[in-house]
Design a binder for this molecule. Structure first.
Ligand code: GRF
Length: 214
């Protein structure tokens, strides 16, 4: 499965994908796209020998679809991509475009809910549980069907930064698990826990092996 990753920032989730998609893994990251020439994600891609593209105009849907088609992309992953994906792209990759969100959707999602804003909102609400969600992208922000989730407990003394860090560690396991399962099945598959309930004990256990495709 040929995977393109769109990222605007640090690219630690991209790195998790680059690391899991090696050797005889059924998926390969073959293209990394950013709206931001200085994104660390681009550096990570170059280091891994993966093609990179900086978009001239992130709102140009036809150009983005063309780029993805030229690279024969099967699956698109938004990993910290901060621009709205144009409608043409969402339509062209229906069922084949994933996003990772650092909370348990449908809570704490939607427009403006990105980065530290998400964790601030979780803490402000007094929630005792947060987590990571991978979902299919559709026309609305953070509203597409959920593919996999994993919970992360909120500690009484958490700051947005400490919570973000704990959630990110789970993201780095959840996203590769979803991409590898999709590559094995030849299509995006929902992952559910192999056992009833989740293990939220920190540090996160092997999330991937505690999930199975449905
Ligand atoms: C992650 O928390 C992801 O859930 C969100 O943006 C952040 C990206 O982090 N969409 P990184 O660039 O992968 O390090």
């Amino acid at each position: 499965m040929r995977v393109a990753v769109l990222a605007s920032g640090g690219g630690s989730n991209l790195q998790a994908l680059l690391d899991c998609c090696q050797g005889d893994a059924p998926a390969r990251v073959v293209l990394v796209i950013s709206n931001k020439p200085t994104a660390r994600a681009l550096e990570r891609a170059r280091t891994a020998g993966v093609d990179t593209v900086v978009l001239d105009d992130p709102a140009d849907g036809a150009a983005l679809v063309g780029l993805l088609e030229t690279h024969r992309i099967d699956l698109v992953v938004l990993a910290g991509y901060l621009k709205l994906v144009p409608r043409e792209v969402v339509d062209a990759f229906q069922g084949r475009m994933l996003n990772i969100h650092p909370a348990l959707l449908p809570s704490f999602g939607g427009q403006g809910m990105y980065g530290h804003h998400v964790h601030e909102a979780v803490l402000a609400a007094g929630a005792t549980l947060s987590g990571a969600t991978v979902h299919l992208v559709d026309a609305e922000y953070d509203r597409g069907p959920i593919v996999a989730q994993w919970p992360v407990p909120v500690a009484p003394d958490d700051t947005p930064e400490t919570l973000a860090q704990r959630v990110l560690a789970v993201e780095h396991q959840l996203l590769p698990a979803v991409v590898l399962a999709a590559a094995r099945a030849g299509r995006v598959v929902r992952l559910v826990p192999t056992e009833p309930g989740f293990n939220t004990a920190p540090p996160p256990r092997a999330v991937g092996s505690a999930l199975r495709p449905t």
